[in-house]
Design a protein around this ligand. Structure first.
Ligand code: AMP
Length: 174
């Protein structure tokens, strides 16, 4: 298994969900056991010595590898969810998507100051989603924040929107 095989396992869907958007479908990568394990192991390798205490996964595709990474890193898992899904007291942050607007929420008791947080999502596009999530995590005054993506769409330059204090690393780039 190598990164080229991983890249080839991601399905490209032209004009979904809107004309002009080239949707990267990660389900074709995740449904292959060898590819899925390789992706999780490669990301784990990068973060295993950083003392991560919580993995924050972004709804919904960030939950899939986020849970696996939390287990491998011996960290807790914290969901950042779409509005109205979390049942207890929460913080909210609105943001702009590549295709629309949305709001993200996190439980107010999800993180503590001593946490070293790895935020994970499947894909970095324009950077709106991760920036809103970083804003939410900052509310807790945690010690350190890292951001990881399975895929980064380089041409959209979402990386430029992300707080420079947050190290960002993506496994594959298109
Ligand atoms: P953005 O806020 O623009 O960085 O968008 C990132 C979020 O939207 C991630 O949660 C992705 O799952 C989803 N997303 C945005 N663009 C795409 C795309 N071209 N293919 C697949 N998912 C996308």
């Amino acid at each position: 298994m190598d990164l080229e095989q991983v890249k080839n396992s991601v399905r490209n869907i032209p004009d979904y969900p809107k004309p002009g958007i080239h949707f990267k479908d990660v389900s074709t990568a995740y449904q292959n056991s060898d590819v899925f394990r390789y992706i999780a192991e490669e990301i784990h390798e990068k973060y295993k010595d950083l003392g991560i205490t919580k993995v924050v996964g972004i709804e919904s595709r960030g939950f899939i590898l986020g849970g696996v990474l939390a287990d491998k890193l011996n960290a807790g898992f914290v969901p950042v969810r779409k509005p109205g899904k979390l049942p207890a007291k929460k913080y909210s942050q609105s943001y702009q998507l590549e295709y629309g607007f949305d709001t993200l929420e996190i439980h107010q008791d999800a993180l503590v100051k001593d946490d070293i947080v790895l935020i994970h999502d499947d894909l970095l596009a324009t950077g709106g989603t991760i920036s809103a999530t970083i804003d939410l995590v900052h509310l807790f005054g945690v010690s350190k924040i890292y951001a990881n993506f399975f895929i980064e769409l380089d041409f959209l330059q979402g990386i430029k929107k992300i707080d420079e204090a947050v190290p960002v690393w993506s496994l594959i780039h298109f």
